[in-house]
Design a protein around this ligand. Sequence first.
Ligand SMILES: C[S@@+](CC[C@H](N)C(=O)[O-])C[C@H]1O[C@@H](n2cnc3c(N)ncnc32)[C@H](O)[C@@H]1O
Length: 305
Amino acid sequence: MTTPSPTPSPTEGPQLWELTVRVEGSLAELVADLLLNAGCKGTAEEVPLARTGARRVRGYVFPPTELAREAVLEAFGEGLRTTGIAELDSLAVDAQLIPAGGWEEKWKERWRPFRIGCFVVVPLGQETALRPSDRMLPIEPGGAFGTGLHPTTRMCLLYLRDLARRETRPRRTLDIGTGTGILALAAEQLGHTPLLAIEISESSCRAARPNFERARSKAQLVCATPAALHSRFELLLANIETETLVELAPELARLAEPGAMLISSGIDRLRFDKVDAAFRAQGFALLSRNERGKWAAGWWERRSS
Ligand SMILES: C[S@@+](CC[C@H](N)C(=O)[O-])C[C@H]1O[C@@H](n2cnc3c(N)ncnc32)[C@H](O)[C@@H]1O
């Protein structure tokens, strides 16, 4: 790994470090995870639709001090070495100070259509060639969570893809904390219908609605929490933070049919066992567990009524 050459930006106002690494596509996710583990506040992957070829992975460091940058670079270098992958030993990192202001809009300049399993996330106003088996997710975040770039969303989408490979397909589906609607739209595309998407935040609900409309979704979107619901579902999706999941476990059990599937993420990797214990106490059995960086996801089945 070469030493970064900082290029101070002439822009006034708050700044942050942007670390850019160019890496072979198959290693991009691993490098993004290592950047997060090293202390980056977020990452962005330039993910072309082709499965091969080099791509850029960016990590963002705040505060914009040399000390913070060096600490992240040191931890990142250590992380690279622990992988034992020779190709990562000589990885060059370019560090630049960029304006933090308008960040929410700025990152979108680099947001291009990208693939997650059979899903292709297509940002608003962009187009891309699709394969016949592709499932298109037209997403404009508008301040809501769920671009598809976050590891928790990605792991849920991959579990949905895996679920679709099973013979029996759960129908009545509930997406709790829909954010942009990304998981709901993905589930609907795979035939998990009828579908109800709920969201506690009114502003996220407002942001999600146009995404459902653009996707010509028949799903119902309601600004509510699980406590307001009375029907039961065959598939539950819940990408919500760790402690909320633990609190919600009895509600999830109340809303799950016997045999229902629960796909959940937003879980701090180190507290996965706490979530699993809360779910187990409510009759959910863990079928699969996955991890990306500091995040974990799981797939459970409701065994008892
Ligand atoms: C991590 S985001 C997930 C968004 C999207 N489902 C995804 O996977 O990318 C979690 C969402 O859950 C919402 N949320 C948190 N607690 C909730 C609750 N008790 N009921 C409904 N929504 C909730 C938040 O407002 C937020 O939009």
